[in-house]
Design a protein around this ligand. Structure first.
Ligand code: MSP
Length: 528
């Protein structure tokens, strides 16, 4: 079992403002990082910005700025968004930083020295938007980028090529031997069938047509291809090849560290094929997992600024709170599959899961403990009513399922498990009918029911902490949970609560008016 974790998001292009598709990737990474930290593991969580390339150079020109000024401004916006979403990244790497340049130049030099790259002539078609070269077959008769369908430009330039055939067998072997290396499994098949089987060409890894990039030391009229540049962020941020390699040694070189790259389906190819080859060339071990998530769609097509169908996460957080958006992103779409954002489903998720099932359960429990026991949670005395055992066992099982699921990046499934416990706790109230126990003077049973209720809610709230960053502590305040009992280690033993003084508080999630809110969210959709 690994005992350290290094998790990364892709680094985002600062060409546009970020939308909820980007927030999706970062929030799910954050949930995982918080989970591992909560368990007590050393965890390093990285995000950043991918700042070079022709598109940025062009956008900066349009904005009348230097590329550096342009990316500085954009990155400010990124950081504000991550603060708003309470993202707990340990570092923010920018590819325009010196530390990054040095690592990239070091690697490129080594590639030349080892004979892994060679100078040649590239003839093909270039898509500025995707920063990708395509062959004549790929762009077809219409000469459109196969990825984004924009017109491509014919390009021919001197370039360094990376020899892919040198490492291909090793890569295939590695994929074969490590079934978790690239998941979901369908992504692995897709990579093999779409890119490897038809014949993988050598990859052009330098450009001479623009200057906003990292110069190749041995031949400075070349700048490093943005993808070789960008992928290297995962190790430059850890100080690889610098005088301070401590983080690299700890979170990458050490086999006890689990290295996880989370990427969107559109960039799998770079992470699953080329990045491992670059690492092999450099003699560095490969990441343990490349986890590919699906894309959030709107109106049946990928959310993208240029298509004018993006949703800005900022007003959603301002109106509904950080927990509502984080929960929606985690829960609505199974991590690994594609999903579709609709205002109706967004409002419904908050109302049903958060306001009704979770928030209202707390409200009912606190009210009953107030009414029947003067606000003091009765002591745990084992299972008394016929329904107690079932609830306790479910809570215990939920902890196990949750750990196994989250640990395996089945993030949505893990929170479905927690909400099953919450639903079962609601049902437990219906089954035990505390009001009748009171009426019939069955005090022992009533006390047990109040205790089980408080303890089940406590377990759920502890487990929800990686996704809900505000509500659990409010819940603990209302249930009177002391500070030291808020630690994750207590979750394994059912029945830790008893004797606390509950405090009536505000509803955790006020119920939303569906019609009004759907209308509001619709007004945010579009090209904003
Ligand atoms: N800069 C590259 C990544 C380099 S990593 C070494 C890049 N940047 S990006 O800003 O275009 O996209 C970053 C991530 O956001 C990608 O994983 C992409 O899949 C994800 N998403 C962009 N739009 C998305 C959705 N609509 N839905 C889900 N994820 C989305 O690619």
């Amino acid at each position: 079992m690994k005992n350290k974790f290094y998790i990364t998001t892709p680094i985002y292009y600062p060409s546009n403002k970020l939308h909820i598709g980007h927030a999706y990737t970062t929030v799910l990474n954050d949930v995982y990082a918080r989970f591992r930290r909560m368990q007590g593991y050393e965890t390093y969580f990285l995000t950043g910005a991918d700042e070079h390339g022709l598109k940025i150079e062009e956008n900066a020109k349009k904005a009348n700025m230097t590329p550096q000024q342009f990316v500085d401004k954009q990155v400010e916006g990124f950081k504000k968004l991550w603060d708003l979403l309470q993202i707990t990244n340990d570092d923010f790497i920018r590819t325009s930083e010196k530390r990054h340049h040095e690592t990239v130049q070091h690697i490129f030099d080594n590639m030349i020295k080892r004979g892994d790259v060679y100078l040649g002539e590239y003839e093909g078609y270039y898509c500025v938007h995707e920063e990708s070269f395509w062959t004549a077959t790929q762009v077809g008769e219409d000469k459109l980028c196969p990825e984004c369908k924009r017109p491509v430009q014919k390009a021919s330039e001197e370039t360094y090529f990376f020899k892919t055939d040198k490492y291909l067998d090793r890569l295939l072997n590695h994929m074969e031997k490590h079934p978790k290396f690239l998941t979901p499994i369908s992504r692995k098949n897709e990579m093999i069938n779409t890119f490897i089987k038809p014949g993988l060409e050598d990859l052009s890894v330098s450009r001479t047509s623009f200057t906003w990039g990292i110069p190749v030391k041995a031949n400075p009229k070349h700048v490093t291809y943005v993808w070789l540049d960008a992928l290297t962020n995962y190790i430059s941020a850890l100080g690889y090849s610098s005088n301070h390699e401590e983080l690299f040694q700890k979170f990458w070189a050490d086999e006890n560290s689990e290295i996880i790259h989370v990427v969107g389906a559109d960039i799998t190819r770079f992470h699953a094929i080329y990045w491992p080859m670059f690492l092999m060339s450099e003699g560095i071990r490969l990441p343990d997992r490349i986890f590919v998530h699906g894309l959030l769609m709107m109106k049946d097509s990928k959310m993208s600024k240029s298509r004018g169908n993006v949703v800005d996460p900022v007003p959603l957080v301002k109106r509904y709170g950080v927990d509502a958006l984080r929960y929606y992103l985690v829960r609505e779409t199974v991590f690994g599959s594609d999903g579709q954002f609709t205002p109706e489903q967004f409002v419904e998720r908050i109302n049903v899961d958060l306001a009704n099932d979770f928030g209202n359960l707390l409200h009912r429990s606190v009210s009953m403990i107030n009414k029947y026991y003067d606000g003091i949670v009765p002591q745990y005395k084992g299972d008394i009513t016929p329904f107690d055992k079932e609830l306790r066992e479910l809570a215990e099982q939920t902890v196990k399922d949750y750990e196994a699921q989250l640990g395996d990046l089945k993030i949505t499934e893990a929170f479905i498990s927690v909400f099953k416990l919450i639903s079962a706790t609601n049902k437990y109230i219906d089954n035990t009918e505390p009001w009748n126990l009171k009426k019939n003077g069955e005090d022992e049973k009533l006390a047990s029911v109040m205790n089980h209720l408080a303890n089940a809610l406590y377990v759920a709230a502890i487990l929800l902490q990686p996704v809900l960053v505000e509500a659990p502590s409010k819940l603990f305040d209302q249930l009177g949970v002391e500070e030291d009992l808020r630690d994750y280690k207590h979750v394994y033993k059912f029945g830790v609560l008893g004797g606390q003084k509950v405090n009536k508080g505000q509803p955790l999630f006020p119920r939303l008016n569906v019609e009004d809110e759907v209308e509001y969210i619709k007004s945010l959709m579009g090209d904003n």
